[in-house]
Design a protein around this ligand. Structure first.
Ligand code: PLP
Length: 374
């Protein structure tokens, strides 16, 4: 058996993530690897923290990039901030809310599920009703941008309700960060996690997280250690904080952090609000074209994510055949349906660097041809 280098095809990534990575970010990835405790690397880590504070719109001191994907960000929030004595309200309106539930169950905390319709935002009234009924709840968790359906929930209102009932909030912002309005401090979010591979358009495998002072106090007050050594943020803290001096915890993905730094610099240069507006503009363009092709959105207009466009697959089309046609003829990836929508929906991503006019035009042309020819 002989092996040779793996040369991937040049695809356009318009699925639910990873999204297109710009040449600028890819070239940052290829810079020389240096030691993860090198003083220059630590200076760069500090910049990553500052840039993430900007992206999350937070002054939270504990704002870092976890060396693992979004799922680890989710798990880090739960294992650090929830213990068996807690009662946790989880809002489920798609696949990722369901994963939050599994996290709570594995911790052995008491669970209250607020079940919402797939393809709709979380209903604030349902959350309020659940909290009235369970006034001893301590944590509320929900997904801001449900990638499995394309629904956007009103994180500001949900957090306000949680605060009225004295609950800590855990928010999934894997698909929302950089793509739609998100204001961690103003909205009073206590723990939030995201992913590098969505609207930040960086390579996959890193999860930005941020904990409020209240969340840190809860972590410090734990009377049982966090069951995951790797995700225990009281240990990771020593690696990401301190004046120039850092304690070894694990070896950071040095080059991936260069890439994250570059993608965050790009976001900063564009301006966060300009990025939110660009995602909305590209969504409006795509939505007009999709409706013209007789493809209809699952989510009502007011609750739609601009960066994740889920449309119902008309009955006469074969899901897999169309997606293969797009991949083989146009090098274009769109996403299949997930969970309840498996086989029933296409999920078209307009995330980060992929949210550009040429991608919208390519996607519409390619879909039209695929629907004619398959
Ligand atoms: N949460 C949401 C909303 C997601 O869309 C994803 C990934 O698609 C995750 C969590 C998990 O992230 P990762 O696949 O990076 O582990």
């Amino acid at each position: 058996m002989s092996y040779s280098s793996f040369i991937p095809p040049q695809r356009t990534l318009m699925g639910p993530g990873p999204s297109d990575v710009s040449a600028r970010v890819l070239s940052a990835l290829a810079r020389p690897t240096i030691g993860h405790l090198d003083p220059q690397f630590i200076t760069m880590m500090d910049e990553v923290k500052g840039l993430l504070q900007y992206a999350f719109q937070t002054q939270n001191e504990y704002t870092i990039a976890l060396s693992a994907p979004g799922s680890a960000g989710m798990e880090a929030c739960f294992v650090n901030l929830v213990s068996a004595e807690d009662k946790v309200v989880v809002c489920r309106n798609g696949v990722f809310g369901a994963r939050m539930i599994e996290n709570v169950q594995r911790i052995g905390a008491e669970l209250v599920v607020v079940d919402g319709e797939w393809g709709r935002a979380v209903d604030p009234q349902q959350l309020e009703d659940a909290l009235k009924q369970h006034s001893d709840a301590t944590v509320v968790a929900f997904v801001h941008a449900e990638t499995s359906t394309g629904a956007k929930s009103d994180a500001k209102t949900l957090c306000q309700i949680a605060q009225q009932y004295d609950c800590l909030t855990i928010v999934d912002a894997v698909t929302s960060l950089g793509g739609i309005e998100l204001k961690v401090d103003e909205w009073g979010i206590d723990a939030i996690y995201s992913g590098s591979q969505k609207c930040l358009s960086c390579v996959p495998g890193i999860s930005p997280i941020s904990f409020s002072d209240k969340a840190i106090d809860k972590l410090k007050a734990r009377n049982v250690p966090v069951q995951s050594w790797f995700l225990d943020q009281s240990l990771v803290m020593g690696y990401w904080s301190g004046d120039g001096k850092r304690a070894y915890h694990h070896t950071a993905p040095v080059n991936s952090l260069y890439a994250l730094h570059e993608s965050l610099v790009m976001l900063h240069q564009e301006g966060l609000e300009n990025s939110w507006r660009r995602h909305q503009r590209m969504h409006d363009l795509l939505a007009t074209g999709l409706e013209a092709l007789d493809l209809h959105f699952i989510v009502p207009a007011a609750e739609r994510l601009p960066q994740l466009n889920a449309v119902t697959i008309p009955e006469q089309f074969d899901d897999a055949k169309i997606r293969s046609y797009l991949l083989n003829e146009f090098n274009l990836e769109i996403g299949a349906g997930l969970g309840q929508f498996a086989g029933k929906a296409w999920r078209i991503g307009l995330m980060g660097y992929a949210a550009r006019k040429e991608n919208v035009a390519l996607c519409l042309t390619a879909l039209q041809e695929a629907m004619q020819n398959t």
